[in-house]
Design a binder for this molecule. Sequence first.
Ligand SMILES: [Zn+2]
Ligand SMILES: [Zn+2]
Length: 649
Amino acid sequence: MKAQVLLPKIFSYSFTYNSNNIPLKIGDLVEVPFGKNKEIGVIWKNKNTKLKNIKIKNIEKKIKNYSIDHNLINFIEWFSTYNMVPLGLALKMAIGNKDNFIKKIDPSFNISKKKTKKFELNSEQKNAYEYLSLINNKFDVSVLQGTTGSGKTLVYFERIKKIIDRNKQALVLLPEIFLTNEFKSRFEDFFGYEPAIWHSKITPKNKRIIWKGIIKNKIKLVVGARSALLLPFKNLGVIIVDEEHDASYKQDEGIIYNARDMAISRASFEKIPIHLVTSIPSMETYNNIKNKKFRHVRILERFDNYPLPKAKIINLNINKIKDKFISDETINFVNEFLNRKEQILFFINRRGYAQYLICKKCGFKQSCSNCSLYLTFHKTKNKAVCHHCSLEKNLKNKCKDDGNCDFIMYGPGVEKIFDEVKKIFPDKKVEIFSSDYMKTKKQTDKLFKKINDNEIDILIGTQMISKGFNFPKLNCVVVVDADFSGRGYDLRTTEKNIQLYHQLSGRAGRFSSESLIIYQTLIPEDLTLNELIKNKSEELLKAELILRKKNNLPPFIRLIAIIISSNQHDLSIKGAREIKIQLQKISNIEVLGPVDSPLLKIKKKFRSRLLLRFSSGISVQKKITNLLNSLKISSKIKLTVDVDPVNFS
Ligand SMILES: [Zn+2]
Ligand SMILES: [Zn+2]
């Protein structure tokens, strides 16, 4: 008997082996010889693969007690086609690497019981819970919307609990790795045991333990980042996508996919309900609510009825802000909160100290030699750093008059604001909340503890802080530089801004009736900002949706970006032109470009872009993949395909 075996490698097809008289069915995991090595693969559906004239090898053995289900097999096939990713690489996301099968005696996943705290749903939460629970055992998308602080988490915890009680598994997706730890204690308090935490940074040993627990249906609750999407659940009952609007669900490197959208598909293959949880839905979700494709329920009240913070716009007069970015008016407000021993957050969405370094004498700008980007000055390192490729440069540069360049700094970053805040409030405890300062779990935990114990008066934070944290004493947020001018590289600039500022304002006043968000801005008359402070986020989404329709943008049409990169600029453009000619043979798609990427060079590669546009009802990926596979593409250029692109840089 012959059997098809798919290997977790870059191939898009399975290999034929002899079954060696082992009774096998689709989904079984097997060990096979491959080249000089042994590999673990999965018995795959029998496709009419052409048998080449080669000696067919025997399957060595079946891996006992391990198999993946038909639902997951079908999903892997679909995932691979949709995202134009080799089938084997999609499989790899599901079965991991060989480590999972090494005979090591690992302890099984620890599900020790802990004490639970008592939680009770208020009537709005109860209502939302009942609405979500209306549909079980079949595919259904519902959206749970509620302001930050309305207790959405509690609602879906209750939902998960009921589903786990029926001996099913539950998957909770979170947009960022660091949030999984923040959530852990909340899960423990509610469920009385630790959830399995899954993301790319957990240790190989933990990965093995959790993977085995999932495929054997022993682990019921998994909390994970994007990569948890293809785990081999045996009896999945529900998927929750928390903070569904978060742009981090889109993976932009390696295997490019949108984890939120893929989670919806996984739920459809598993025939189970999925709940998207958000305070302000993403544009796609908003559109689907309007179209009645997704069910929708809201929680309007905040926990204990604490109101959302008041908002204030403060005009940052451009003539005054040479190197002072915090206005006197802001300082007055901040002092009121400090006097009450409450915490303040200064928000600035730029890492490092200053965005540009320009020589006063010769105009030389520090830029990256690998990327078309200026370098950001990092004071702690005393170096100029590229935020794309991490290149670090010393500041010393030879100027035109033989001396050294004398750099001035433009565009304040988090470190610059830190210095300024320190100067204004010299006896206050100030800390930076940014990825550069939270590299290890230990650093992060320490910072959280200090914040929660009220040992910090003022936080200076980047975008990271807008996500899902509960800081009880934080009652005043200052947006240092509220900027709504889109930069054009990102389809979602407006949408992202609406969500960012909404999230930020939600960080303040979780447990206080008097809280404030201050928007310092150079453009106080900006329409979006003025709507935003009236809590009209939804009207803004509506307007944006109309604009998208008018401009023929997603979700009204579909896009696929193809990025052609090369060491030489002319090769990337030439390659793109040739590929365009071929792609134009496919009916029903429009091929735009090629154009140079706004960030022309990244990591020493020049990048040209093609954009394919087609109507949302049709599926063209298979045709495009087949065509691209049939082309003889020079080894000097590299293709990257981004289905449903968001970022156009
Ligand atoms: Zn760089
Ligand atoms: Zn100079």
